[in-house]
Design a protein. Structure first.
Length: 148
C-alpha cells in the first residue's frame, strides 16, 4: 500500500471524488456537491487514492455539543475492498476521533452494505439501533465501539 494517498478534499475535484464514493456506497442518500461542501465545513472529510485511482473516503463527525461521542465512517469502493485500504482509513479516523477527545466512538452503516457491517463488527462495533429515515426503504444501522 505504499502508493496509498489519503488527503482532505481541497477544491471541487476532490470534493466530487468524495461525493462519488459516498453516493456509490449510499445510493439511498445521494448528496449534491453543495451538500458535500457544507459537510466539509462541519466534519473532517478525507479522500483515498491508490496511485491516481480513487478507492474510498472517510468522515469523522465531531462530538455534538455536550457529548464526547464521535462518529467515524470509512468507505471503500467495492473493487478495492479486502486490500487493507479500509483499515488505513479507519485507523486515521479513529486517531482523529481520539484527538477530538472522544470517549465514545460510533459508526453508521446502511444495512444493505454487508461488507461494511462485517468490517465494523470485526473492529469491535456492536449494533445499537436500526431505523429508517423518512422516505427510505433500507434501514440504517448505528453501531458503537465496545468499551468506548
Amino acid at each position: 500500500m505504499s502508493d496509498l494517498r489519503i488527503q482532505e478534499p481541497e477544491g471541487d475535484a476532490a470534493l466530487k471524488d468524495w461525493q462519488y464514493v459516498h453516493n456509490t456506497i449510499i445510493p439511498t442518500h445521494l448528496l449534491s456537491l453543495e451538500e458535500v461542501r457544507e459537510r466539509a465545513q462541519r466534519h473532517h472529510l478525507e479522500v483515498a487514492y491508490a496511485g491516481d485511482e480513487l478507492i474510498g473516503c472517510s468522515t469523522v463527525r465531531p462530538p455534538a455539543e455536550g457529548t464526547l461521542t464521535v462518529t467515524v465512517i470509512a468507505r471503500v469502493l467495492e473493487a478495492h475492498r479486502g486490500q487493507g485500504f479500509g483499515e488505513e482509513l479507519y485507523a486515521r479516523g479513529l486517531s482523529r476521533a481520539r484527538e477530538l477527545g472522544a470517549e465514545v466512538i460510533e459508526t453508521v452503516v446502511l444495512s444493505s452494505n454487508e461488507d461494511g457491517l462485517r468490517f465494523a463488527r470485526k473492529h469491535g462495533f456492536v449494533e445499537t439501533e436500526r431505523y429508517l429515515l423518512p422516505g427510505d426503504s433500507i434501514p440504517w444501522v448505528d453501531l458503537r465501539l465496545a468499551g468506548s
